[in-house]
Design a protein around this ligand. Structure first.
Ligand SMILES: [Zn+2]
Ligand SMILES: [Zn+2]
Length: 273
């Protein structure tokens, strides 16, 4: 529930829900007959529809079909609100997932956020926060066996106000990827679809922030195809820094690009936030 009360621009907890379709601090209450007659002018159809969704969620939970918090919204016509001169939120304008059950999880929520990060920093100050739990998950793809093939995926995260990146999750190998001991080729459609899903479910907060892949080397070094590939990604996303993780058998390396040059980041500290 508290994930619904995180202010998306600052990450600070507020009184207005980030799920609202109408901007906060507006006078939406009607008062027809004086004291005790104040109400919010929703019609019976709107409140019945909302009650049905709430009941459906409750039944789903009781039947054990819902195991994590979900949000369901439905977007009606804005004509009535506009006639009243009410301002609608950016969420209303961009919302396209009516009646879909989506995870009720806000990446900036201080309660749900991972508590332990590995922090990587480049010489010119670019920072990447990788939650310990995600690093452990990446390490399960290490090519420790002589026959194990390369794994790869896309990094999903968000840019905080200082332009630093916090990794939220990553896409994992698909059956349709092509993988050998020393090469991989992503099924880009399948991976991209997960990015888009995360983007919509997070109200445009989460997106593509880089890639990861494994190397059959103890200490991984990027190959020249890696560097060429990263430069292409950088050129396609020139407005923001991207990060590239290479998981070796013993260590993990993180890179970024600065003006086409591949820069390795170093671990600055183990943070306990
Ligand atoms: Zn939360
Ligand atoms: Zn590589």
């Amino acid at each position: 529930m508290r994930c619904a009360y995180v202010e998306p621009n600052t990450g600070v907890r507020g009184l207005a829900s980030n799920l609202n379709f109408i901007e906060p601090d507006q006078n939406v209450v009607k008062n027809y007959a004086g004291c005790g007659e104040m109400f919010i002018p929703y019609g019976a159809i709107s409140s019945t529809q909302t009650a049905l969704i709430a009941a459906d969620l409750a039944v789903g939970y009781l039947e054990g079909k819902l195991t994590e918090s979900k949000k369901v919204s439905w977007k009606g016509d804005s004509a009535d609100a506009e006639r009243e001169g009410l301002n609608l939120t950016p969420r209303y304008q961009t919302f396209t997932s009516s009646l879909k059950k989506q995870p009720l999880r806000h990446p900036l929520c201080d309660i749900c956020q991972p508590k332990e990060f590995i922090t990587y920093q480049s010489k010119c100050g670019k920072r990447l926060y990788l939650p310990q739990t995600l690093h452990q998950k990446l390490c399960t793809y290490r090519q420790e066996e002589p026959a194990s093939v390369e794994s790869a995926g896309l990094l999903i995260g968000y840019y905080n106000r200082n332009g630093e990146v916090l990794i939220d999750t990553f896409t994992t190998p698909k059956a349709s990827d092509q993988r050998t001991r020393t090469t991989f080729k992503l099924d880009s459609q399948a991976h991209q679809a997960e990015i888009e899903k995360a983007y919509t479910a997070s109200e445009q907060l989460l997106g593509y922030v880089g890639t990861w892949h494994t190397h059959p080397q103890d200490v991984p070094r990027p190959s020249s195809p890696d560097k060429t590939d990263w430069r292409t990604h950088e050129q396609d996303n020139s407005d923001r820094p991207l990060f590239f993780i290479v998981v070796g058998i013993k260590t993990t390396s993180v890179y970024t690009l600065e003006k086409g040059k591949v820069i390795e980041l170093s671990i600055v500290q183990e943070e306990h936030c």
